[in-house]
Write a protein that binds this ligand. Structure first.
Ligand SMILES: Nc1nc2c([nH]c(=O)n2[C@H]2C[C@H](O)[C@@H](COP(=O)(O)OP(=O)(O)OP(=O)(O)O)O2)c(=O)[nH]1
Length: 145
């Protein structure tokens, strides 16, 4: 079911997450969120994410994985979050945001996120840390004498 859903995109690239600072409404302005928006009736959630990020950031994204869980947002809708990667373009704050920032997991955890986003951001940061661990070069074994 996608009625009553707001989708947020956890865009991941090179060990970083894209954070977007909202400009409206006044009570949310200045706080950080995952870019996205309301899913239209009958629309699949990943398709809504692709549409919203094209409008808001000017990029084409590939949705990857749904972050487990859903969280209530103002207005009675539920926030769903998908990780995604940028297929085409460079994100710009075209609509709804005054700035974008690619952040490391540590930087992400220090931002003032909208409350419903916090569990999904923490999940995405754990994914990023795990991926980083996987690509860390292992120390070469000391050659035997
Ligand atoms: N886009 C987005 N909205 C979020 C997040 N977290 C959160 O609580 N919200 C809330 C803020 C709003 O109350 C609501 C989504 O509204 P929106 O203004 O982003 O939706 P939209 O782009 O479709 O906007 P509109 O058509 O109503 O102008 O969900 C998030 O990470 N991303």
């Amino acid at each position: 079911m996608s009625a009553g859903v707001v989708v947020g995109g956890a865009l991941l690239d090179g060990g970083r997450l894209l954070a977007a600072r909202r400009t409206a409404p006044a009570e949310l302005a200045g706080r950080w969120e995952l870019p996205g928006g309301k899913v239209e009736p009958g629309e699949a959630v990943p398709n809504a994410l692709v549409r919203e990020l094209r409008e808001e950031l000017g990029v084409t994204v590939r949705p990857l994985l749904r972050v487990p869980g859903e969280w209530p947002v103002p207005g009675g809708r539920m926030l769903h979050v998908w990780t995604a990667s940028v297929l085409y373009g460079t994100p710009h704050p075209l609509q709804d945001h005054d700035t974008l920032r690619w952040v490391t997991p540590d930087e992400a955890m220090a931002l003032d996120w909208l409350d419903p986003d916090r569990p999904a951001v923490a999940w995405a940061c754990r994914q990023l840390r795990t991926d980083l661990d996987r690509v860390q070069p292992t120390r070469p074994a000391r050659p035997a004498r």
